[in-house]
Design a protein around this ligand. Structure first.
Ligand SMILES: *Cc1c(COP(=O)(O)O)cnc(C)c1O
Length: 397
C-alpha cells in the first residue's frame, strides 16, 4: 500500500476522500450502481457521516456481545447487497478496543462480493510495526498523523489525514486546481491546500525519523502494553466491557460504569471527580454511553499510569460508600465534583464530607494540585436552551 496523498486534513476528511476514491473506482468500471457501504455498529460516528456525504446508502452490521463484528451478519449483508456493494468501512483494532480476529475473513468477504475495503486508520498506533492495513486486506486507509505519529500524542491541534491506497485506486487520488497532486484521473480536491495542514507532516516525519523501525514498533508495543497494564489494575474493581478471546485488550479499553447507575452514580460523576485529582477525564460515553474509554498511549510513563489508576480506584471506594449507604445518594463528594478553590475556601462549609477529602483525596494531589475553575454546570441546559445573541437589524441603524 504505497501511493498516498496528503490533501485531506483530519481523519474524517480522509474517510471522505477515500470513499470518493472508491466511488470513482467503481464508476470507472461502469459500476455506477454500487452505492452500499457496510459499517459495523462499533464504528466512530465520522464513518457513517462520511459515507452519507458521499451519497452512499449505509447498511449497519451487528457486533456480538464481545464487541467483535458479527461475521454471520457481515456475510449475510455482503451477500444480500452483492450487486450494489461499494465497500466496507472498518476500524482495526476496533473502537471497542479489540483486535478483530476475523479481520482477514471480513475483508475477503467484501472483495468476494465486489466491494472495496476502507480501513479507518485512527487506531494505527496499535498496528505500526506489528501489522499493516495492506496485510489485513484494506484497499484504502487514512492515517491520523496527529494521533499515531505525533508528540505529544493527539495534542488536540490541527489534523492531518493522508490516505494510502492499493494500486487499483491510485489513479483516483485527489488532485488540486492550482497545484496538481494525486492520480491520473483524480477526484476533486477535498481541502483548500494541496498538501493539507502540511506543517503537521514535519512533526510526523521527525517523529518517524527519530524513532526509526525499532522505536516505532516499540511505541506500538508500549501503547498496547500500557492499556493492558491499566486494565489489569482496574478490572479488579471495575467491569471492563470488551476484551479479546485471551482476555486482553488492544491499545484502549472501556470501563463500564453503568452498573453504578442504579445507585445514582453516573459516568459523568466519575469524569468530574477525576478533575479533583488533576485529571482531564478520558473519552466519556463513547462509543458506549455510560462508560469511560481509556487510551493511555505510548506517551505516559508507568508512574503516570499508576497515578491515574490510583485515582480511579480511590473513586471506586467513594462509589462503594454510596452503594453501602454510608454517603448520601445525592449529597456526596462525587455529585458535587469538581471542587473549585472558591468552594473549598468558602467561610461556610455544609457538605457531609471534609474539605481535605474533596480537594486533596490522595497525597500526591497535595504536591501538585490543579484547581478546576468552575464547578458542575448543567451539561445539556445550554444545548437545549439556545440563546440567540444576534442583534436585530434595527440595532445597526
Ligand atoms: C479520531 C477518529 C476519527 C476521526 O479522525 P479526526 O482526525 O478526528 O477527524 C475517525 N475514526 C476513529 C476511530 C477515530 O478515533
Amino acid at each position: 500500500m504505497t501511493p498516498a496523498v496528503c490533501n485531506p486534513t483530519p481523519g474524517a476528511q480522509g474517510e471522505y476522500a477515500g470513499l470518493l476514491v472508491i466511488k470513482a473506482y467503481h464508476e470507472s468500471r461502469g459500476d455506477h450502481h454500487r452505492n452500499v457501504i457496510l459499517i459495523p455498529i462499533s464504528a466512530h460516528g465520522t464513518n457513517p457521516a462520511s459515507a452519507a456525504m458521499c451519497g452512499f446508502k449505509i447498511v449497519i452490521v451487528a457486533c456480538d456481545d464481545k464487541g467483535n463484528i458479527d461475521v454471520a451478519d457481515m456475510r449475510s449483508k455482503a451477500e444480500q447487497y452483492k450487486d450494489s456493494l461499494a465497500g466496507l468501512m472498518v476500524t482495526y483494532p476496533s473502537t471497542h478496543g479489540v483486535f478483530e480476529e476475523t479481520i482477514n475473513e471480513i475483508c475477503q468477504l467484501i472483495h468476494d462480493n465486489g466491494g472495496q475495503v476502507y480501513m479507518d486508520g485512527a487506531n494505527m498506533n496499535a498496528q505500526v510495526g506489528l501489522t499493516s492495513p495492506g496485510n489485513i486486506g484494506a484497499d484504502v486507509c487514512h492515517l491520523n498523523l496527529h494521533k499515531t505519529f505525533a508528540i505529544p500524542h493527539g495534542g488536540g491541534g490541527p489534523g492531518m489525514g493522508p490516505i494510502c491506497v492499493k494500486s487499483q485506486l491510485a489513479p483516483f487520488l485527489p488532485s488540486h486546481p492550482v497545484h496538481a497532486t494525486g492520480g491520473a484521473t483524480p477526484i476533486h480536491a477535498v481541502s483548500a491546500a494541496p498538501y493539507g495542514s502540511a506543517s503537521i507532516l514535519l512533526i510526523s516525519y521527525a517523529y518517524i525519523k527519530m524513532l526509526g523501525n525499532v522505536g516505532l514498533k516499540k511505541s506500538t508495543e508500549y501503547a498496547i502494553l500500557n492499556a493492558n497494564y491499566m486494565k489489569a489494575r482496574l478490572e479488579k474493581e471495575y467491569k471492563i466491557l470488551y476484551t479479546g478471546t485471551n482476555g486482553t485488550c488492544a491499545h484502549e479499553f472501556i470501563v463500564d460504569l453503568r452498573p453504578f447507575k442504579a445507585f445514582g452514580i453516573e459516568a459523568e460523576d466519575v469524569a468530574k471527580r477525576l478533575m479533583d485529582f488533576g485529571f482531564h477525564a478520558p473519552t466519556l460515553s463513547f462509543p458506549v454511553a455510560g462508560t469511560l474509554m481509556i487510551e493511555p498511549t505510548e506517551s505516559e510513563d508507568k508512574a503516570e499510569l499508576d497515578r491515574f489508576c490510583d485515582a480511579l480506584l480511590f473513586i471506586r471506594k467513594e462509589i462503594e460508600e454510596v452503594i453501602q449507604g454510608q454517603s448520601d445518594a445525592k449529597d456526596n463528594i462525587l455529585k458535587h465534583a469538581p471542587h473549585t478553590q472558591w468552594v473549598i475556601t468558602a467561610d461556610e462549609w455544609t457538605r457531609p464530607y471534609s474539605r481535605q477529602a474533596a480537594a486533596f483525596p490522595l497525597d500526591w494531589v497535595k504536591a501538585n494540585k490543579f484547581w478546576p475553575t468552575v464547578s458542575r454546570v448543567n451539561n445539556t441546559a445550554g444545548d437545549r436552551h439556545l440563546v440567540c445573541t444576534c442583534e436585530p437589524m434595527e440595532s445597526y441603524m
